[in-house]
Design a protein around this ligand. Sequence first.
Ligand SMILES: [Zn+2]
Length: 344
Amino acid sequence: MAPAEQKYAELHLHLGGAVLPRILYTYLQRKKGDRIDQHGSTIASQMLRRFPTYERFEKRLTKASTTLDQYLEAHKIVEPLQSHEALPYFINRLLRGCTIFENLAYLELRYNPYYRLPKGLTLHDARDQMEDIVSTIAIAAEACAADYPIVFTQILCLDGRLSREVNEAILETAFAMPNEVCAVDVAGPYSAYAEREKELLHLLGRARAGGLKVTGHAFENQEGCFPKILDYLDRIGHGIQIPLRSPKLLTKVAQRGQCLEVCPTSYFRTGTIKSYAELAPVFNHCFDMGIDIAVCTDNSALHGVRLPLEFERLLTHGIIDFKKMEACRAAAFRHAFRWPGNSQ
Ligand SMILES: [Zn+2]
């Protein structure tokens, strides 16, 4: 299928940063008095004690940070709220926003299913419940497909903070659910990735050999420059430090036909860049080398910046022109793992 005109494809959006703080908070207020879902009600009460007003909740979730590790802390607050019971509500509201305010035709939603589970499960139970999470998200998306017609698929994230067994279980969940899950990703702090690189690369190799697509957070900031992972990726999550610091690696990136998932607002929020001008070499080098860039939001709900606005800001700062904007918009559809007609 040709890219839908004037529509957008979002390739890099984390569930933890996809649901607006206002929607999360409304859910907590409703959940607080739920007598049937005791677990949900307890979490909601605890959270409302910690953040007695919406303003405090929003301020915490959207707080500026100076490092990626600090920035990731907001996800730790959101993840336990996105339990199995809560997910249909959040997915419905997410897809509503993506349709009405963002003009999305395609969405790959990524998340770590393990972080949505209650604590203290055995590995066996965790494995079962992760499949439930994936199914629930898929069913909730399907249920609103008539109202919000977005081609929707899921990416499961591996994480260096988790044990080998848990990461293996996440990979097995992805293998077990090929209709719902298109790919795996590696996310989390780069310090944790560094400690488990060999193990994680082995899992990415297995993912590819088993027919899954692979994307991975890499070369996002100075700490994230791990060249080995590039051999395993279909797309590169961020990758901006390749043109900025290691342009020699671009030759191979171009030969492999890899696309960079560039999420401009994130780099301000993690203290990686201070001005849009710093992104100019990223786009210029990649265009010169014929490397595709898909502009993405990463965590649009925590940034308050939806995908069309990411493009608009790149335009107004003179980083891209309208021709390059169109090239990036079309590239996202070409590199989408499940856009109808793309080879899989
Ligand atoms: Zn990300």
